[in-house]
Design a protein around this ligand. Sequence first.
Ligand code: C2E
Ligand code: CA
Ligand code: CA
Length: 836
Amino acid sequence: MTFSATRTRTAKQRFLSFLASPFPVGYGVAAIIILTLAYSGLDIVPTVRRDVQLLHDVQAVDVHAMRLEDELQFEIQKNRRRFLMILVTAGDRAGAKTADSKGVQEEIRALRAHDATIALTESELGLLGGAQAESQRQFHAIWQRYVTLRDRLITLAQDGGLGKAEGASGADDGLSNLGSGAFLSVEEVVQQAEAASATSSANHIDQISSNIKQELKEFLIITVVRVAVLSLLIWVAWRRFRAERQLTRTTRELRASEDRFHRAYDSSAVGMGSFKLDGTLLSINRMGAKILGYEVSELVGRKVKDFMAPEFREDHIRQIATLPAGPESSYVAERRVIRKDGSPAWLRNSVALLRPEGEEGHYFFISEEITLQKEAHDRLEYLANYDPVTNLPNRRFFEEQLSVALRPRPGRTDCVALLYLEIDSFDFLKGTFGRAIADEILADLGAQLASQRRDGELVARLDDQVFGMLVMAAPYDEATLVRAGELREVFQRAGEAGKHRIPISASIGIAYSADSARESGGTRGTFVGQAPKSTDAETLLKFARAAMLEARSRGGDSIFLADPALQERAAELHRIELALLRGLRQDEFQVVFQPLFEVATGKLVRFEALCRWNSAELGPIPPDRFIPIAEQTGLIPEIGRRVLHEALRQAKIWSETGRRIGVAVNVSPMQFMRPDFTHSITEALALTQFPPGLLELEITEGIFIRDLNLAIARIRELQRLGLSIALDDFGTGYSSLSYLQRMPIDAVKLDRSFVSELTKNAATVSMVRSVLAMANALHLRVITEGVETEEQLAILRTLGCDEAQGYLLGRPESAEMALRRVLDGPLQTQTIGLLA
Ligand code: C2E
Ligand code: CA
Ligand code: CA
């Protein structure tokens, strides 16, 4: 995912940022400095150079002129003295006529040569600069005249006419001025020229220096201004440079932070992004795209709602439309989305509306994929509410829905019809075919029921072999009965069509909420067409179950409608349940003991412990009534535990009298199959110190039907403790002789019904005989119960029955009576007279 949209910069921004970079500023400053210097150089340097050159020239002329002047002064003075000296010497020599003319000649020559050297040309004089042309000419003329006169004088002196020469020197031709006048004139001219030149030079120099001053002043001002401007420019440039450096640093930090954000954004384990107010996706990170199975580029620009499962679209739009702005007020929702490949994913979305200043608002979202959690949650919810074998809702869910359906609603005329469907002889089916096949049959049935379900109906599996259906109906209408009939057929068909082709049938009980309400205290007789008082789910289920039991008692595969009488019975059942709970709390249970004798010898061998309950509320209730209810409500293990402890406690007393009298205790299947059952026996034996060999447990076939293997293992476990196991009520259930072979039991207790039939039915006699033969072969003791007559006892003795129990021999009696019976007997054994 990229932020391509937000990253795009305009040309203007790019130009500005280029300007903001430090390089152009540097170039700019350098360019300004160079241009300024170049301009100054071009402008100032030539002017100054010209002026300076002029100054140099003036100085050169000045120095030269002064030097010339000095030299001229000096030379003229020197020549004058020498000329005078020559003249004097020449005069002396003429007088003596021995004048050393050779020495004079040389002197004169030297003088002429020397003069020639100082005979300045006009151009040389012009170099005096300031000297005027007139003065120069004058100087030149005088000089020429001086040279001419001097040469004449020298010639005269050489010819010997000293007087003439002296005369000539005093004559008017100017020779007399030669010594003073001519030189004075030259001096004057030179001085005048010198003065003029000096004045002119000075003026010129003044002029120049004033010009220079002016130029310098201007140059200085310009320079100062330029330096000031330059400094200002440099200062501005420096400020700008610093600001830009700061900006660059900030930009870099910003970019680094943005990079960090992007890295975090893109490597985040949760999806995130933003979308416009109209729902168009602005950005999405990699994870977000990955969850949806797309590339980032494929998503940007598309509408968010397009990815949402249809059922959430409307809610999503409503939620975001009403969302207040600000990151603190986000909304969180679990949404199903559709991936690119069409598969669904669950997301937990958190959406916030952001409105940054000066920008258009947008939504920011964080999406966490929760598909797995959701599935696990759904699975848990499914497990909590559904039965995994049949895929139908379970009892919990059914009861919940039933409660909802039963809620009173004003103006309501319909009621809830509850169909309670139980598979007939399911325990047999399970015992015969095993749990796995039983489950397959149930699964078939579940699928059939689900496919037959109509709108408004609810089908569920309520228990192992129990299904429930909820139908909204008018009380006692024909339709519900028809529907029940259809369901009955569904069961039959499922059995026939199923994989295992095992015929199955169901007993169906129907109860109506309206009638239940009436029966449980509602407005009696006025339920039709009126809002009936609603009943609770539990009661309705009980009534429906009672109706089912009624159908079952009529042979199964039938339908029974809960009538008031039945419902009364069911209500009674409920009352007993409540009383049982109370009975346990108040310890209302007692144990009585019924003796058992060895048929052959008539010896008292043991007592069977039988439970008695005298309810404070309901009076004495026989065990045949309350034991099944205690089993249904799960109270039986506690009742059984109490009976066991009491039986062992009493039997311990008997054994302490020195007689070997055993005790038999009834154990219900539910109690027997509990994982802690063996432990509870060990505990009771240890607690009472009763010898295990004298304890017999009476179990029924029910335990084999529940779980044959476990039952066998449990029996062996108990036998290892030393006690014996008798199979009670043999011949009533599905037990057969072959069954006996598989059971590791010690004794068989023939049901009362066999004994009562003995004298009436010859077939029973032969049946008992074969049971006895079989038992003998398997080394099983055979016990008979319900012996009420001497006749019965006689037959049993003839058949070779081992032990007998019945009203004839002794009714169930109190612990004291039992003890008295024990004590009445001889030590070790006791016989009864009638057997003699
Ligand atoms: P059961 O185990 O078959 O117990 C024998 C029942 O037959 C007892 O009924 C007993 O009083 C009765 N009986 C004994 N001799 C005769 C007779 O000659 N003629 C007739 N008609 N009946 C006779 P009771 O005590 O009412 O118990 C009924 C059933 O309740 C028992 O049948 C047993 O299944 C159950 N039961 C009783 N006590 C307990 C107990 O502590 N635990 C469990 N799990 N079940 C118990
Ligand atoms: Ca029994
Ligand atoms: Ca029995």
